[in-house]
Design a protein around this ligand. Structure first.
Ligand SMILES: N[C@@H](CCC(=O)N[C@@H](CS)C(=O)NCC(=O)O)C(=O)O
Length: 343
């Protein structure tokens, strides 16, 4: 009898081990991505500069290019991305449930989101802050003059929470006019449902482009919050977390060492600079620790570009948004973008 029980226990123990191994295998996001052949990326449905379908229906923007960089690093092909447009309210559930592998959707890193939702922020791809936009003919020069205003705002955002704090702290009243998507919010402002629109400052520049007359609106000088935006993954898969985080660090380091999509081929052949050689996987830790090919960094830079290239093209001076680098300049250029070394 005792023998039989031991036998049964042994079988149970073996199947438990097997189950754990299966669960582990199923848990590996990198394996899943390789098997499905693309990265499932949660993005904003329509926010110019960050993620927006162009006239040909192709997704464009800083957040979109980041997904492409992860696809280049993991699958060697930046086009292997499936974009899943999400509202602010839907985004965290989509990541928790496994519908997406990364959330790259102008999402602010906060304590609650980073610790209580089963998610992890991997870094900051854009330092932002919340601002206000008003109709020029109202003649308002400061957010402190907004007492009693009707304010268009998107639901499920930090924006809604900061708005409430700001008006309370300044002893002012307001009437929230709440929408689910960015296009609805800007239409609400355009059609006079509210006097003021509030969102991340980058979003104000983006939404202003969509107004019937962009020159009729002004952005007020106050920045009322910190909105560090960055890519998010599920907790519990350190390898995937590291891949996403070091994809961002590679783009930032590439800018620091002046490695671009245009010169990376030549540098691969000719460069003797040890920083550059490690960055593109000729020397140093290469891909082993991440479970990737040694040329993962090279592929990111070759196919997508460095952080500065991506910034200028999508939200910066080469884009319709014309946002200056500001805080998003490298630490060597007066900003705070800073990536740990590749060595
Ligand atoms: N960064 C804030 C706000 C993010 C947000 O969703 N902002 C809106 C207002 S512009 C937006 O991007 N909407 C895009 C969309 O609905 O597609 C957060 O993480 O809560």
């Amino acid at each position: 009898m005792a023998k039989k029980i031991t036998g049964v226990l042994a079988v149970l123990a073996t199947s438990a081990t097997l189950f754990a191994m299966n669960a582990n295998a199923a848990d590996s996001t990198l394996d899943k991505v390789k098997k499905q052949g693309y990265v499932q990326c949660g993005v904003s449905a329509g926010l110019p500069g960050f993620s927006n379908p162009n006239a040909k229906g192709q997704w464009e923007g800083l957040d979109v290019e980041f997904c492409q960089a992860v696809a280049a690093a993991t699958l060697g092909d930046k086009s292997k991305v499936k974009y899943i447009p999400l509202t602010a309210k839907e985004r965290f559930t989509a990541l928790q449930s496994g519908e997406i592998d990364i959330l790259s959707r102008n999402t602010t890193w906060t304590l609650h989101r980073d610790t209580s939702l089963g998610l992890n922020f991997t870094g900051v791809s854009y330092y932002d802050g919340q601002g206000f936009m008003v109709k020029k003919d109202m003649g308002i020069k400061s957010a402190k003059d907004l007492d009693g205003a009707a304010v268009c705002v998107q639901s499920g955002t930090t924006t809604e929470l900061n708005l409430a704090d700001y008006f309370r702290v300044n002893g002012m009243k307001y009437k929230p006019v709440v929408f689910d998507t960015a296009p609805q919010t800007s239409k609400g402002f355009d059609s006079g449902r509210c006097d003021v629109l509030t969102t991340d400052q980058s979003g104000l520049y983006a939404l202003r482009l969509n107004l019937k007359d962009p020159a009729s609106a002004v952005v007020l000088p106050e920045i009322i919050s910190k909105e560090p935006l960055g890519p998010v993954v599920r907790q519990g898969d350190d390898q995937w977390f590291n891949i996403v985080r070091w994809t961002l660090f590679t783009m930032i380091n590439a800018e620091e060492f002046n490695v671009t999509s245009a010169n990376v081929d030549t540098l691969k052949k000719e460069s003797k600079d040890p920083n550059i050689r490690r960055l593109i996987g000729l020397d140093g830790p290469k891909g082993k620790g991440l479970g990737l090919n040694d040329d993962w960094g090279f592929q990111i830079i070759k196919q997508v570009g460095n952080y500065g290239e991506s910034f200028q093209r999508t939200v910066g001076l080469d884009s319709p948004l014309k946002i200056k680098r500001g805080l998003n300049a490298l630490w060597t250029e007066g900003g705070i973008q800073y990536a740990p070394p590749i060595r």
